[in-house]
Ligand binder design. Structure first.
Ligand SMILES: [Zn+2]
Length: 283
């Protein structure tokens, strides 16, 4: 299979040096193997995504020297695929509706639990008994992790990035304790979670190698469970280092000073950007 990777920004603000690193690394790796780089616009969050930022993404990437296939995949044009995947999971009995607010979850976590206490951020399972037909407008959908794992053979994935390189086998007890019943469809606007949408997109785009930031390493474990449940192939993963500012903080979209467009306006060249982020000469 042809090496196929993707760069998948959300149009919620200007691209910064961290995005440049991810996109250029993906392009370099694709070129080194005569593979291809696809672009994907992750625009399911209608409250935060803007067309002007999408246009800015195309301008910035073009200026950096990236080339990609057309048409570009935009998540907002594939919402039916995500719904179909939720239906597939519903048929397997591994999702349930959840009406808990953040403060409900906090309260449940601080209350005395039977057995070991759950780490912060792990859903305590308050709504796990609910059936899907009790779903009301505004309910999220969660994965019943324990039940999902019972239905699956042992699963593993390959990581090629610098921090966690190797074969990773998923341990069910750790999946339940450290990831738990993840949200797959958000309550706010009924759209699917990042983890779910990316899994469906990667399969639709026949991605063989996912190249993305180290901050998304943990979510890979959830994603390979979803791939197994949906009978989709698991790509090879490569989580790269994050570009940080002088104080060691990772860059954020609101961090305008690191915006690619800002450097461009100041006369920095695309090669200058490569030098700034330690990528050297392009292939
Ligand atoms: Zn709940």
């Amino acid at each position: 299979m042809t090496f196929t990777t993707r760069f998948a920004p959300s149009p919620t603000g200007p691209l910064h040096l961290g995005h440049a690193y991810s996109a250029l690394l993906a392009q370099d790796m694709a070129q080194a193997t005569s593979g291809q780089l696809l672009l994907r616009i992750e625009d399911t969050d209608v409250t935060r995504c803007r067309l002007k930022w999408e246009q800015q993404i195309y301008d910035d990437l073009d200026w950096l020297g990236l080339r990609w296939q057309h048409p570009v995949r935009r998540q907002s044009e594939h919402l039916d695929h995500y719904d179909q995947s939720l239906i597939t999971l519903a048929e397997q009995g591994v999702i349930y509706p959840c009406s808990c607010s953040r403060s409900d979850i906090r309260a449940a976590l601080s209350a005395p639990q039977e057995g070991a206490s759950l780490p912060v951020g792990i859903y305590p399972g308050t709504c796990r008994h609910r059936s899907l037909n009790s779903r009301q407008t505004g309910d999220a959908l969660r994965l019943n992790m324990a039940r999902a794992l019972q239905q699956l053979k042992p699963i593993r994935f390959t990581e090629r990035g610098p921090q966690h390189a190797g074969e990773h086998q998923l341990a069910p007890s750790r999946m339940i304790a450290e990831i738990g019943d993840a949200v797959l469809a958000r309550k706010e606007n009924g759209t699917v979670s990042y983890a779910m949408a990316a899994v469906v997109d990667d399969a639709d785009q026949q991605i063989t190698h996912v190249i993305r930031g180290e901050d998304l390493y943990q979510i890979t474990f959830l994603q390979v469970v979803l791939q197994a449940l949906l009978n989709l192939p698991t790509p090879t993963y490569h989580h790269h280092i994050l570009i940080r500012d002088e104080t060691g903080k990772r860059l954020a979209k609101r961090d305008d000073a690191r915006a690619i467009s800002r450097f461009r306006d100041e006369g920095v060249t695309p090669q200058g950007i490569r030098n700034l982020i330690g990528l050297g000469k392009s292939g």
